[in-house]
Write a protein that binds this ligand. Structure first.
Ligand SMILES: Nc1ncnc2c1ncn2[C@@H]1O[C@H](COP(=O)(O)OP(=O)(O)O)[C@@H](O)[C@H]1O
Ligand SMILES: [Mg+2]
Length: 228
């Protein structure tokens, strides 16, 4: 087995506004290459906090976060940002696409900030291929306002994958979609996880247990700990 992509060791989190409440309480978690699971739990139980810490967008109050074998607390902000943009892609409930840019341009945004030199024409080729793969081959030049909710979320998925991350973190990615489009989006995430050429690990947070179960493995978060 190779090293986990991300590992949490005894991670706890509390906020200054309520220091007596441990939102996360000594969580241990490993995400290995190519694996997938869902994290479920009621609203406010700490799912987003956990995902943000996994993705190095937030830091724990206690415990350590190890990405690609490196403890985040030993790295400066620039190194963490570089690790994050190389290893991790994010999708959120709201797509956060730039309204003035086309689908293709939106997908290419993360390549502009990528610390590794990306060949712009190669990046554009990959963007086109991925957009075709998710059924948006004829929408490359469409702006977000010209796309349906499901299509916008698929653009956001492709944008998250453009830098070939090893891990995709999805926080309530179906929260703004109807049931049919929600199921379709989860099927797409599963297909990407299963495709050998991407070798992508997938962690999806949701409060919808039936969607979570589609991923096959479900971890339940309750009172700051995993219940299973
Ligand atoms: N920046 C913050 N400051 C203070 N409390 C916060 C902050 N972010 C989240 N919380 C609290 O932490 C708890 C967990 O929040 P969150 O991780 O967003 O839950 P979930 O994603 O499961 O709905 C909630 O009680 C929330 O109010
Ligand atoms: Mg949340």
């Amino acid at each position: 087995m190779s090293d986990p992509i991300v590992e949490l060791r005894s991670v706890s989190k509390w906020y200054e506004s309520d220091p007596d409440r441990r939102v996360l309480d000594a969580i241990d978690l490993k995400v290995s290459e190519g694996e997938r699971f869902a994290i479920v739990g009621p609203s406010g139980c700490g799912k987003s906090t956990l995902l943000n810490i996994l993705g190095t967008l937030d830091s724990p109050s206690e415990g350590s976060v190890i990405v690609g074998g490196q403890a985040i607390s030993d790295c400066d902000e620039k190194t963490v940002a570089a690790l994050r943009s190389r290893e991790i892609g994010f999708i959120f409930q709201l797509h956060h696409l730039l309204p003035q840019c086309t689908a293709l341009e939106n997908v290419l945004v993360p390549t502009l900030a990528s610390p590794d030199k990306v060949d712009p024409s190669q990046a554009a080729d990959r963007a086109r291929q991925l957009l075709e793969r998710v059924g948006l081959g004829d929408k490359l030049q469409s702006r977000p306002s010209q796309l349906s909710g499901g299509e916008r979320q698929r653009v956001a998925v492709v944008r998250a994958l453009i830098n070939r991350p090893r891990l995709l973190l999805a926080d309530e990615p179906t929260g703004a979609l109807d049931e049919t489009n929600a199921a379709k989006l989860v099927d797409l995430l599963i297909e990407l996880n299963e495709s050998a050429d991407e070798n992508l690990a997938l962690v999806m947070v949701t409060h919808d247990l039936s969607l979570a179960k589609r991923l096959g493995k479900v971890r339940s978060l309750r009172d700051g700990k995993f219940a299973d």
